[in-house]
Each structure stands twice: as structure tokens, then as C-alpha cells.
Design a protein around this ligand. Structure first.
Ligand code: C5P
Length: 230
């Protein structure tokens, strides 16, 4: 279970983790924090033994993505990702970048974002111009990502079992859009509880605001972990 550290800087991140005794838990670092603190935040988290998913969702020409991945591989963290909509060649080159630059045989796993969990059928049709439903596009993009060398996908819980049915069982599903039953959906449209995720084929969950904005983050974390680990 990866805790989304959607904080503006390292200071608030440290304060949150330390005051809630959450040092060492698996974490996801996104654009907000990484663009502000870069290497410093990764080093801090590594020193404190956190498993790290660096969620930068790369989407650019294949050469640029490959070169960026060579640099990210040097962090020796657990997961990085790209947008599957960047296409097969971009995903392949991302993987090559991670492999050519890996030191001491460390493997940074590559995930591909299928369709963001904030999007629904209306948005993907009207804004992205995609012809399929969310389910159809997620399935298509998961197959494309697997063929292109990704280790798994980031998808909604509601699509995890569908992906498991069309991809190799070893192909991982990382699912955000997780909410504890009593919390707000915020901007997420396709949400589910940790228990639902567990019962429906998620290999890993990402949970942010249900914990970071809870009145008692530590108890919210334990509640989510309890549901997820059962
Ligand atoms: O606060 P919440 O639990 O909604 O946080 C979800 C986290 O997962 C955010 O950091 C968001 O950027 C990320 N994410 C997502 N949907 C994806 C990929 C990543 O919500 N498809």
C-alpha cells in the first residue's frame, strides 16, 4: 500500500511522516513534491527505508523519455511510470533507459498509466477523442503496455480484474482512487475502498487524501492497511 505524499515541500512531508510515526512506509512521490525538492526528497526517503514509487507520468518523444529514465534509474527506487497513451515505442524506450542505466542489478519497475482515475467516459470521448469506453481503452492500453515491456499498469480498481484476465498474471496492477468509506471522493471519479481493491485484483494500492487529510492520519492509515492486508 503506497501512501501518496502530495505535499508542497520536504519540510511538510517530513513533519507529516514524523508526527504520525509513518517513517518507513511505502510512499508515492508525485510531481508537486518532486518538482520542488528533486533528489533531496528521494534521498531523505531512501535514508528512512521507504519503498518509493516516483509518479512523474512521463509522456514525450521516445528518445527524451529513454534519457530521462536513465537518470531516474540512478535513484534505485522501486517504481516509475509513463503514460501508456505515449505509445508502444515510448514505453519500450522507457524500459531500455531503466535497464541500460541500472547499477548493481537493481530493477526499477516500469508502470504505464492507462486512463487516469479522474476521467470517465464523457471526458475520454469529448476531451481525448478516444472511441472506446474507459473499459475498452484501459484493456487496449494494458495489452499494449505489457507487449512493450512495462511491468504493470496504473489503473482504476474497477479495471484491475479485467486487466488480469487479458494480461499475464505477473503483470502488476497499481490502483489509485482509493477511499476509506467515510471520506470525500475529491476529484476522483472511479473510487473504491482498500477491501474492494484487495478482492478485485489490485496488486498495490495508492491512497492519499483519505489519510493525509484525515483528522487522525495514523489511525486512517492503520484502518486502510488493516482492510488491505486482510
Ligand atoms: O488523494 P488521492 O488518494 O486521490 O491520491 C491519488 C494519487 O494517485 C494522486 O497522487 C494522483 O496523482 C495519483 N494518481 C491517480 N490516478 C492515476 C495515477 C496516479 O490518482 N491514474
Amino acid at each position: 500500500m503506497y501512501l501518496a505524499l502530495d505535499f508542497p515541500n520536504l519540510k511538510t512531508t517530513k513533519t507529516f511522516l514524523e508526527s504520525n510515526s509513518l517513517q518507513g512506509v511505502p510512499v508515492k512521490v508525485g510531481m508537486e513534491l518532486f518538482y520542488r525538492e528533486g533528489t533531496q526528497v528521494i534521498n531523505y526517503l531512501k535514508e528512512n527505508n521507504h519503498s518509493i514509487f516516483l509518479d512523474l507520468k512521463l509522456f514525450d518523444i521516445p528518445t527524451t523519455v529513454e534519457r530521462a529514465m536513465r537518470n531516474l534509474a540512478k535513484f534505485e527506487i522501486d517504481f516509475v511510470n509513463v503514460h501508456a497513451l505515449g505509445g508502444a515505442e515510448m514505453i519500450k524506450r522507457a524500459k531500455e533507459g531503466l535497464q541500460t542505466s541500472s547499477v548493481s542489478n537493481h530493477e526499477t519497475k516500469l508502470l504505464a498509466v492507462t486512463i487516469l482515475t479522474s476521467m470517465d467516459n464523457k471526458v475520454i470521448k469529448e476531451d481525448l477523442g478516444l472511441t472506446g469506453t474507459v473499459e475498452e481503452e484501459v484493456k487496449r492500453l494494458a495489452i499494449l503496455s505489457e507487449k512493450s515491456g512495462a511491468n504493470g499498469v496504473v489503473c482504476s480498481v474497477h479495471e484491475a480484474s479485467l486487466i488480469k484476465s487479458v494480461c499475464n498474471p505477473a503483470f502488476k496492477t497499481m490502483t489509485p482512487g482509493i477511499r476509506l468509506s467515510n471520506s470525500d471522493n475529491n476529484d476522483q471519479k472511479r473510487v473504491a475502498t482498500p477491501k474492494y481493491a484487495k478482492d478485485n485484483g489490485s496488486d498495490y494500492i495508492v491512497i492519499g487524501r483519505s489519510i493525509t487529510q484525515a483528522e487522525h492520519p495514523k489511525s486512517a492509515y492503520e484502518k486502510a492497511l488493516g482492510e488491505w492486508s486482510k
